[in-house]
Every structure is written in C-alpha cells, then in structure tokens.
Design a protein around this ligand. Structure first.
Ligand SMILES: [Zn+2]
Length: 109
C-alpha cells in the first residue's frame, strides 16, 4: 500500500478512536458528577476515578500517535519518509509495514 494512503487511514482511525475516548471521558465525568461521588471513600467513586485515568491515558496515547502520523506524513511530503534518521539508509519495508511511523532502521531503533 502507498505509505501516504496507509498513514491517512491510520490518521482517520486514530482520530475516530480519540473522539470516542473523549466522548467516553465526558460520559464518565458526567456520571461522577451525577453520583456526587467522593473518590477517596466511595468504592464506586474509586472505580470512576480509575476509568477516568485509564481513558485519559488512552486519549494521551492516541494524541501522541496522531503526532507521529503527522510527522510521518510530513516526511512523505518532503521525500524523507522510509529513510533512517540516523544513518540515512532505507528502512526495511517489513518494518514500515509493522510500524508505518518508524523513523529509523532496525539497527538504530
Ligand atoms: Zn539507521
């Protein structure tokens, strides 16, 4: 597959995931407000706090991935995509298949 197409698809998918997570997050925050839970003493409040931090961590991950995808798309645009940042050698196609945002060859990973 064309790297740009693959990255665009990854980008769309990540954005959808992020939107779903933020929606979840909004729902959890609203639920915790409704239950008027005390996070420290109410067991249900603790569950909500956990879900909230999990969701926040996943959203953070999705955002970071989005940055990587954007950086990879910029490299496609300037022609440096698929070359190792360290040695300038081509990154093996198998590695790019597994990790389309890879910036380095296996030796420099
Ligand atoms: Zn290298």
């Amino acid at each position: 597959m064309d790297p740009r197409e693959r990255l665009e698809a990854d980008r769309a998918e990540t954005q959808a995931r992020l939107a779903a997570l933020l929606e979840d997050h909004a729902g959890v925050v609203a639920a915790s407000r409704d239950s008027n839970a005390d996070d420290e003493h109410d067991p249900e409040g603790q569950t909500i706090a956990f879900e909230r931090s999990q969701t926040a961590a996943l959203a953070h991950q999705a955002r970071r991935h989005l940055h990587e995808v954007d950086a990879a798309l910029a490299r496609v645009a300037d022609g440096s995509y698929g070359r190792c940042e360290v040695c300038g050698e081509p990154v093996p196609p198998g590695r790019l298949d597994a990790r389309p945002t890879a910036r380095t060859c296996i030796a420099h990973a």
